[in-house]
Write a protein that binds this ligand. Structure first.
Ligand code: GDP
Ligand code: MG
Length: 679
């Protein structure tokens, strides 16, 4: 399929706005599934995991390919739950355009806001679908206004509803100036277009004018013709609108009721008409890794490029096939059975199979090229966020920055014989989800898993039990601390051992110092690489320091905001080994960090509380009693939003507390902000 006929899109929404239902209807009308499975029976195709169906939320962001009017549409599923923002961001990273599904009754809801702002950060062009027009109180124009008011963007209604709630009949297409009604007998597969009836004539022409006016005001060419009173064709409008959506100057609105099979086909047309092809978005930002240096480059979407550049954006585990790596191709081509290079891990891996995920089956492919999305089978090392390419032209793609795990629980198998299986399972899960980590504490023999929130860990534990069939017990959730240094320090290590009668040596110096809060851990090779010293020696030092960052300083918590620089390294070709340099680096790290006045850090959370005015006082004292610092307040119709920061350790059980002091009327959201020295 040529690039022009390809779309990579995401469907984003607040939970329950109808994302799954809409996706499923799209798959049905494009002929990829043959029966409409009701979401309420938990039979939806996109929701792969059983657990999602039970919870009614979509956790994983699987990609599904479908076809519509001779175009290939890859639908990347974006989860709606705030505990899974990393999942949302990783899918936003690889999609080129999005459909925002908004409930006609609820309008812009808190998660729509979160996801919308994330999509802004990733410059994702989007169109809106106002769903649930059949519900009592449905208000299409109110939904458009709400988006405009909350996000300050230009909007344009491309359709208007005929009736609403129980009287919702269908839509008026303002471009074609036709009434469209769907046939309930064929589950909406058939629909009829008819001329505008007298009943809607004046409303339709009023909104037709408004539509042209809105588009003409963001497109100079159209604006000129419009001002001169010239004729504007539907094609001219479409072209101008496409340009404006791509440059993110306007958001067009469509509407319907997915559940009642109304309005979905025009939405599919709109995806093709107004959302970008892979080569119509700005090139991906990459870092070309050279021997002593690196260079920022633009990765242009070119299927004929000689070397491939791709990103692993999702890993999921299949009991039969093993690790499934969802890959977005940015440049070049990768064929079945070839070796590719994992740029970050500096290792080669084989692509055993390339699959395309259709709604109801996996299809084998010989190769996959720039712009497209596919699943690779056969990787063992790859993790979500890894860049894949070639050794000759290694490029690191800008990866999503994942939030830090802030909550931990101890986990143990019910029977000790299950311990190995549990370890294997935890290993699989860390490949899938970079915001999840586990640690095997050598001293206590305890296994500890960490994640971003209570729900996140809850979901993972349920998967361990149900999907991987490992019975286990878990402890109470605890805060995950970090360790950092507060002063600069230097060490020199002269490592000499005799191993198996052979002398091994390594000599190096390290400098450690604290770095800016939130910077993470940084390793810098501060010496000029000597070409007579093998690359593996430098790599061994880097790898060892990376492991030290994970292992901590005094208490075994992971490090945060520690900067380590290699300041000197000498090498004896007779006795120098990678093992010796790994050990020497670890020893130097320990010595230097111990001198650098190490401290424990605790996670501080950003807490946003939404409360009706009569309970604002109670909500404020609830958060300040937990050590929260209020940073700002915002007025919202009938209430206020309180923005505060509070230490995670004080936030357990806050939802019950807040509910009881506000009679259940206030709600809150919480995300990781930063680490600070523990009080
Ligand atoms: P998601 O959480 O955004 O994926 O939402 P779902 O697609 O799972 O839908 C949530 C609930 O809303 C389900 O009970 C659906 O049957 C229902 N629903 C979806 N679309 C419509 C619609 O157009 N009208 C009505 N009345 N209900 C809908
Ligand atoms: Mg869903």
């Amino acid at each position: 399929m040529s690039l022009e006929k390809m779309r990579n899109i995401g469907i984003m929404a607040h939970i329950d706005a109808g994302k799954t239902t809409t996706t499923e209807r799209i798959l049905y009308y494009s002929g990829k599934i043959h029966k409409i499975g009701e979401i309420d029976d938990g039979a939806a195709t996109m929701d792969f995991m059983k657990q999602e169906q039970e919870r009614g939320i979509t956790i994983g962001s699987a990609a599904i390919t479908t076809e519509w009017k001779n175009h290939q549409i890859n639908i990347i599923d974006t989860p709606g739950h705030v505990d899974f923002t990393a999942e949302v961001e990783r899918s936003l990273r690889v999609l080129d355009g999005a459909v925002a599904v908004i409930c006609a009754v609820g309008h812009v809801q808190p998660q729509t806001e979160t996801v919308w702002k994330q999509a802004d950060r990733f410059n994702v062009p989007r169109i809106c679908f106002v769903n649930k027009m059949d519900r009592i109180g449905a208000d299409f124009f109110g939904a458009v206004e709400d988006v405009k008011a909350k996000f300050g963007c230009e909007t344009v209604a491309m359709q208007i509803p005929m009736g609403s709630g129980g009287d919702f009949e269908g839509v008026i297409d303002l471009l074609k100036m036709k009434e469209i009604r769907w046939d309930a007998e064929t589950e909406g597969e058939k629909f009829t277009e008819s001329d505008i009836s007298e009943k809607y004539a004046s409303l339709a022409s009023e909104w037709h004018e408004k539509m042209i006016d809105a588009i003409a005001s963001v497109d100079d060419e159209l604006g000129e013709i419009y001002l001169e009173g010239g004729d504007i064709s539907a094609d001219q409008i479409k072209k101008a609108l496409r340009k404006a959506v791509l440059s993110r100057t306007i958001v067009p609105f469509f509407l319907g009721s997915s559940r009642h099979n109304q309005g979905v086909q025009p939405l599919m047309d709109a995806i093709i008409d107004y959302l970008p092809a892979p080569d119509e978005v700005p090139p991906a930002a990459g870092l070309h890794i050279k021997k002593n240096d690196e260079e920022k480059i633009d990765v242009v979407c070119d299927p004929d490029a000689k070397t491939p550049v791709a990103l692993v954006f999702k890993i999921s585990y299949d009991p039969q096939m093993g690790m499934l790596c969802y890959v977005r191709m940015y440049s070049g081509k990768i064929s079945n059975g070839t070796m590719v290079y994992n740029v970050g891990k500096k290792k080669r891996e084989r692509v055993n199979r390339i699959l395309r995920v259709n709604a109801n089956h996996m299809e084998q492919m010989d190769s996959v090229s720039a712009g497209d999305i596919a699943v690779f089978v056969g990787f063992k090392l790859a993790q979500t966020g890894d860049s894949i390419g070639s050794e000759g032209f290694p490029v690191l793609l800008e990866s999503v920055k994942f939030p830090e795990p802030v909550i931990s629980i101890a986990i143990e198998p019910e029977t000790m014989s299950d311990r190995d299986k549990l370890m294997e399972t935890l290993d699989v899960l860390t490949h899938e989800d970079p915001t999840f980590i586990y640690k095997d504490d050598a001293e206590t023999g305890q296994l500890v898993i960490s994640g971003m929130g209570e729900l996140h860990l809850d979901v993972l534990v349920t998967r361990i039990r149900d999907d991987f069939k490992v019975q286990c017990r878990v402890g109470a959730p605890q805060v995950t601390y970090r360790e950092s240094v507060t002063a600069p320090a230097d060490t020199d290590v002269n490592y000499e051992r005799t191993i198996g009668g052979k002398e091994v040596t390594a000599k190096l110096s390290l400098h450690v110092e604290p770095c800016e809060t939130g910077k993470g851990n940084i390793y810098t090779c501060g010496v000029k690489r000597d070409s007579s010293i093998p690359d593996e020696i430098y790599d061994a030092v880097e790898q060892s320091i990376t492991n030290c960052f994970a292992g901590g300083i005094k208490f075994g918590y992971p490090c945060a905001d520690v900067s380590v620089t290699l300041t000197a390294l000498s090498f004896d070709p007779l006795t120098g080994t990678t093992f010796a340099y790994e050990a020497a680096a670890a020893q130097a790290f320990d010595e230097a960090c111990t001198k650098a006045n190490p401290q424990m850090l605790e996670p501080v959370m950003e807490v946003d509380i939404e409360s009706p005015s009569e309970f604002t006082g109670e909500a404020m004292s609830a958060i300040t009693q937990r050590g929260g610092m209020i940073s700002s307040m915002e007025d919202k119709s009938g209430g206020s939003i309180i923005h505060a920061q509070a230490p995670m350790v004080k936030m357990f059980g806050f939802s019950t507390n807040l509910r009881s002091v506000t009679q259940g009327r206030a709600s809150f959201g919480m995300t990781f902000s930063h680490f600070q020295i523990k009080a």
